[in-house]
Design a protein around this ligand. Structure first.
Ligand code: NAP
Length: 494
């Protein structure tokens, strides 16, 4: 029964409920429509599709994966304006996909799912949203993303600051920053994009860096009309271009000590610093002392340039606190600020933050993960004890090198294969066998050992227990192979 079929007062029910209309959830919705399945809903907390590209509207927001690869393989876009598109163009792309594939009627915006409870008797998920609305579905997919919940720093006095202070992912556009003194806390991927743009308008930008980043230069060029026409005329040319980027990215994954790939990239990053920064003191402040690849590498050409401006200061003394009028560092120096931007990242390892998932016999997913000291799943997709529940961009599926779209498409393929297998086998509910999940995770832990992510740095890859919860230590091709077919024998029918 779909929502339309539900009688007055009945709980709306669908075959498939997807939480999150970002690139993952939207991509799965399109695959469902393409296969003729229309009995599904796309719950979305915000007012529309796009996920991270809807939330992150900060100045300079862009993707550091080339756009022809950061788009669905089945919905190539011929007229990307430049190599690395900015956020408005990426959001527009996902909006267009929602229209083109008829996803809007399935979208339920302003619906933030808070609890999902498996009903052992009825073989379905009961969902409750933040407004108290009740829904149900046979199969539940969480596609809420990894960089979803902003991480706010615990800095003394931050609440006393007199001016606006906001997180990079919740940009408050109502403040005119022209002529203002802006403090930016953090120097990750978001900050590196924000700072060059802020520098153009603010009177002064103070950049508070806790840890320097390894940064590779980015060559961003507009596509010529000729290029765009060529891609529009020939799908083959567009696919060829995409494949070339795919293989370039697939080949430059550097996460193991022994593969040596990191050495070449590290040399490139050091050359980048040398080329841009001539001042020895500034160079020392910007040169990381941890292995290349330990944290997520930034791909950005204008961050160093921005730091060379007279109206931009890199501050590396730790932050002692914030006062009404600015930021004070541990050496006692106070720097006045009108606005504070918290580019302090996300709670990436805290999967399904804000959603309570209750499985078979009343078990709680967050309790299971707390016991194991790390969020885990079979192939990042399914968890034993939680039937008919799939995650997109779940634990250990953040593939360090290639486009996340490749991973999300692989996960959509797996879920589509599961739906077909369930229909074929007349299985109402499937639950991954514990031994299958455990064996996968044992191999995962082995593969994670010996990666550069373990040593020498703090990063959002690691949770509070020091376990790597986000990263996939294999190639995207390996993962696509792993997920191309759902195998019923790996699942218990419940
Ligand atoms: P991030 O990489 O986690 O960086 C957060 C920054 O804030 C770091 O510099 C961190 O310092 C600093 N920080 C955190 N808490 C702090 C505190 N209490 N005091 C001082 N500094 C503090 O977050 P992000 O820049 O938002 O990027 C997150 C991820 O989003 C990226 O890695 C990427 O996957 C994605 N992203 C992608 C793009 C893209 O182009 N595709 C663009 C933006 C974001 P430490 O390094 O010392 O922890």
């Amino acid at each position: 029964m779909s929502e339309a079929d539900a009688g007055a007062g009945a709980t709306p029910h669908w075959r498939v409920g997807i939480i999150g209309a970002g690139p993952g959830g939207l991509g799965l919705a399109i695959r469902l429509v393409q296969s003729g399945r229309r009995d599904f809903v796309l719950f979305e907390a915000s007012d529309g599709v796009g996920g991270t590209w809807r939330w992150n509207t900060y100045p300079g927001a862009a993707c550091d994966v080339p756009s022809h690869l950061y788009s669905y393989s089945f919905a190539l876009k011929a007229d990307w304006s430049k190599t690395y598109a900015n956020q408005p163009e990426i959001l527009e792309y996902f909006e267009e996909c929602a229209d083109r594939y008829g996803i809007r009627p399935h979208l339920r915006p302003h619906t933030r799912i808070r609890t999902a409870t498996w009903d052992d008797m009825a073989h379905r998920w009961h969902l409750v949203d933040a407004g108290g609305g009740h829904f149900s579905c046979d199969v539940l997919v969480s596609a809420i993303g990894t960089f979803t919940t902003p991480s706010y720093p615990d800095i003394a006095g931050l609440g006393d600051f007199a001016g606006p202070s906001f997180h990079s992912a919740r940009w408050e556009h109502e403040h005119d920053l022209a002529g203002k003194r802006v403090a930016v806390i953090g120097t990750g991927a978001s900050a590196a994009q924000i700072i060059p743009e802020l520098a153009k308008i603010a009177e002064q930008v103070d950049v508070y860096q806790r840890t320097p980043q390894w940064i590779l230069p980015r060559s961003d060029k507009p596509f010529s009309d000729e290029d765009k026409q060529r891609f529009a005329r020939s799908k083959r040319a567009a696919k060829k271009h995409r494949n070339e980027i795919y293989w370039a990215f697939e080949n430059t994954i550097a996460f193991r000590y022994e593969d040596g790939a990191a050495d070449g990239l590290k040399a490139l990053a050091l050359g980048h610093i040398d080329y841009r920064i001539k001042d020895a003191e500034l160079k020392a402040k910007l040169t990381p002392d941890y292995p290349f690849g330990c944290k997520r590498t930034l791909i950005c050409s204008d961050f160093y340039k921005a730091l060379l401006r007279d109206d931009v200061e890199l501050v590396t003394d730790g932050i002692k606190g914030v006062t009404k009028g600015g930021v004070v560092t541990v050496d006692g120096t106070g720097r006045p600020a009108d606005v504070i931007v918290l580019a302090t990242g996300f709670k990436a390892t805290e999967y399904l933050e804000g959603i309570e998932v209750v499985g078979r016999g009343g078990r709680r997913l967050h309790d299971d993960w707390a016991t194991a000291q790390v969020a885990h799943a079979y192939k990042g997709l399914t968890v034993s004890g939680y039937p008919n529940f799939f995650m997109m961009y779940g634990p250990n599926t953040n593939q360090g090198g290639n486009s996340i779209i490749i991973i999300l498409e692989a996960q959509a393929t797996y879920i589509m294969s599961a739906l077909s297998a369930m229909r074929r086998h007349r299985a109402r509910a499937v639950d991954v066998r514990r031994e299958v999940m455990d064996a996968y995770n044992k191999e995962l832990v082995k593969a994670l050992d010996g990666t550069l992510w373990h040593d020498g740095c703090q990063s959002y890859f690691k949770n509070a227990a020091g376990k790597i919860a986000t990263q996939l230590p294999q190639t995207s091709r390996w993962y696509a192979d792993q997920t191309k077919r759902f195998k019923m024998k790996e699942y218990e029918r419940v």
